[in-house]
Design a protein around this ligand. Structure first.
Ligand SMILES: Nc1ncnc2c1ncn2[C@@H]1O[C@H](COP(=O)(O)OP(=O)(O)OP(=O)(O)O)[C@@H](O)[C@H]1O
Ligand SMILES: [Mg+2]
Length: 343
């Protein structure tokens, strides 16, 4: 029988068992915050899977459940073929976890942190030291290995976090927001390293992110999560391919009535799927550059002055807009009220 997660998982040449699967996960925190609301997805071995969603979407909660740090109220999950609830200890040996907040001890050196994570995983002796030295040089930390972590830059700390997650040679690596807060250069270096882990080491990687570009660049498969549910899934190209034509975005100078806006654009035959979110109007057009002058003229004529206008190829942001009904950046600033409880 095909489970919902298998049905949802992307078609994959190798087929076979999923490296990670979540079926109908539900999690409600005290005070009624429903962090997960029937979350379902599957990850094939050796692929990079991104859970992409705004603040409060439920990404970290999902990672905590899959890595045995929290329990779901309903639904099932397995990692490396092991049920996370029934076989938690085995799951912990099969995985590496890089939490959203660094787990490294700032008052210990980089090498001490690595050795400690290895010992927690039951590793000892020369095998452990070799593995630690190998990871330190691989992540560009050999020179800083003897320094206290509190003297590390943000990028160095994050690289150490990933190295710590890899100490036990896991089958599945969980990266919760691996590049949040990093400068563009460190982010790009981290992307290269994550890409190498997947291709050279054949690791299965589940990462969470709220950077559309990160999901686009790294993931074989993306699940867009909003308010505890997967609202869209596919390869980045498949997701963008659901949208035909270009996106036309217009920022109005003043707040407009929805009816007036729709009436104004009704007469512009080239545009469709008009949406409005505050002062932001978006629509699709086969050839955005050709449609834009007509859109601007129609708005001007209707007494709706325009502050800015852009035309863009479909992006994951547009996919999110279509499924969640609001722009990604706005959702990040104002998480939906059902997902706005305490951390
Ligand atoms: N320990 C907790 N107690 C109560 N509510 C919580 C707790 N942890 C998370 N929540 C709430 O559950 C929802 C989902 O949180 P979660 O941390 O999983 O989101 P996220 O997608 O990881 O967000 P972010 O991008 O900000 O890290 C949010 O509304 C959050 O406030
Ligand atoms: Mg999070």
């Amino acid at each position: 029988m095909t489970s919902p997660a298998e049905a949802f998982a992307p078609a994959h040449a190798g087929g076979g068992a999923l490296a990670t699967q979540a079926d109908g996960l539900v999690k409600t925190y005290p005070k009624g915050v429903r962090a997960l609301d029937g979350l379902t997805f599957g990850v094939h071995p050796g692929t990079v899977f991104a859970l992409l969603g705004p603040n409060g979407a439920g990404k970290s909660t999902t990672v905590k459940i899959l890595t045995t740090l929290a329990q779901a109220d309903a639904g099932t999950a397995s990692v490396a073929g092991l049920d996370v609830r029934a076989r938690a200890a085995e799951v912990r040996h099969a995985i590496g976890v890089v939490a959203q907040r660094s787990g490294a001890d700032p008052m210990a050196t980089g090498r001490e942190n690595l050795l400690l994570s290895g010992r927690i995983q039951g590793l000892r002796g020369s095998g452990l030291t070799r593995r630690a030295d190998d990871l330190l040089s691989r992540f560009g930390l050999a020179g800083a290995a003897g320094r206290l972590v509190r003297t590390y830059s943000g990028g160095m700390r994050r690289r150490l976090d990933v190295a710590m997650g890899l100490i036990n040679q896991p089958q599945v690596l969980f990266l919760d927001e691996p590049t949040a807060g990093l400068d563009p250069e460190s982010r790009s270096a981290m992307w290269d390293e994550i890409g190498r882990l997947a291709t050279a080491d054949g690791l299965t990687i589940l990462l969470t992110t709220h950077y559309l570009q990160e999901a686009d660049r790294l993931a074989d498969h993306v699940a867009i999560v909003d308010q505890g549910r997967v609202v869209a899934g596919g390869t980045p190209d498949e997701l963008k391919g659901q949208l035909h034509g270009d996106a036309v975005h217009v920022e109005l100078a003043d707040h407009a009535q929805r009816g007036a806006l729709l009436a104004a654009l009704d007469g512009v035959p080239a545009v469709r799927e008009v949406r409005m979110d505050g002062n932001h109007v978006s629509a699709r057009a086969d050839v955005g550059a050709a449609a834009l002058p007509a859109v601007l003229a129609a708005l001007e004529n209707a007494g709706l002055p325009v502050r800015a206008a852009t035309v863009a190829r479909p992006s994951l942001d547009d996919v999110y807009l279509r499924h969640a009904g609001r722009r990604f950046a706005d959702a990040d600033q104002h998480p939906a009220s059902t997902a706005g409880g305490p951390r």
